[in-house]
Design a binder for this molecule. Sequence first.
Ligand SMILES: Cc1cc2nc3c(=O)[nH]c(=O)nc-3n(C[C@H](O)[C@H](O)[C@H](O)COP(=O)(O)OP(=O)(O)OC[C@H]3O[C@@H](n4cnc5c(N)ncnc54)[C@H](O)[C@@H]3O)c2cc1C
Length: 382
Amino acid sequence: MQKIHDAIICGGGPAGSSAALSLARRGLDVLVLDRARFPRKKLCGGLLTWKSVRLLENHFNETMDSLADAGAVNFASDRYAIRTLTDNLAEGPLPFPFHFVDRTVFDDRLLQRAVEAGAGVAQETQVVGCDPDTGTVTCADGRTFRGRYVIGADGANSRVRSSFPSVERERMHRFMAAAIEIAIPKHSFPRPVDHPELYVGFLDAGYGWVFPNRDKVVVGLCGLRSKNSRFPDLFKKFLGALKISPDAVPDWRGHPLPYGNYLHDPVFGRALLAGDAGGFVEPLFGEGIFFALCTGLYAGEAVAKGVETGTSPGPPYARRLHRHIIPELRASDRLRWALFRSMQWVGPRGLGWFATWLNTPLAEMVHGMRSYSWLRKKQWDF
Ligand SMILES: Cc1cc2nc3c(=O)[nH]c(=O)nc-3n(C[C@H](O)[C@H](O)[C@H](O)COP(=O)(O)OP(=O)(O)OC[C@H]3O[C@@H](n4cnc5c(N)ncnc54)[C@H](O)[C@@H]3O)c2cc1C
């Protein structure tokens, strides 16, 4: 007889670790499957907002100091700038610093927290299929695992999501952004960078970024593929405008970024999707770490309750998503189209005025102290 775990979690990134911690902490039998061996690389700017800091404290018992001691947090900045390739549009102070993490160390540390709480992990175990009706997951090496529930936290190209007949594949694809990112040693960058810089106005439905880290500068670009053909040429243009010497540019890597394709109903049979697998990324700035941590926590708690009470975890998971996450993503999506369209009509200057005029409330919105919906004060439930 095959063992039936309380939960199988596919993917051990922020969403998977957060879900695993929720379940293991309640003494449930949870197994995380990840195709990689940790510590593993993940292409990401690593920017954390205030709401991520709160969630890490409350759920993982990690502070920015404990994460800095572990080498996961490597920079913090309490200023920002928004620019075009030629001009400064807005800059100002932040009500709370942005923290920057090294994802290799950060993700490994979060997965360790789940393991310490009692979660099992099978590394180098690639999921190739999932049967949401039975909770059976099939791996590339032919092994199968079975759970009372399956949480798909296997990122933007989720295999668990492919087993959902309810997912609109065309919409998922249309709103999947391309993202390219490189890290350049600080001494090879043409000038000092001590705060995050966002670059707009040279691509449609997307933006570029320059993020400071302790000993490197992270340069990236993301944008909807349907709106930006020849994406690599746009990245070259961006690097040229930043005056980065071609010799200092390492090989590029790209990764898809869900960018407005969040699912309204990420539950099917015994399977629930969390993080990038469910498209839970904020559609204006592409913030995904918080939404992975938060939806992972929600999915884990819903499954724990379902196992304990013999009820279905789908409705409580959907309720929390529709109360706290989906309204934020929907409002951010509306705002991004308003901003991107206004840039096409009146140029990027309007965005500069808008950001300067509403500096503090907008910064509080990005941090999660205020909602993307009319800048109302936001109460989170973790
Ligand atoms: C270039 C770039 C820059 C970004 N910058 C930021 C930023 O600065 N701040 C921010 O908040 N967000 C950022 N994001 C978004 C953020 O990286 C993601 O939203 C976040 O990593 C989602 O976490 P996750 O746990 O859902 O998925 P992931 O972090 O992708 O983790 C998924 C895990 O699943 C595993 N996996 C995948 N497929 C399988 C399989 N078939 N079988 C088994 N295991 C599998 C992977 O190995 C991985 O460990 C950025 C994204 C990109 C692409």
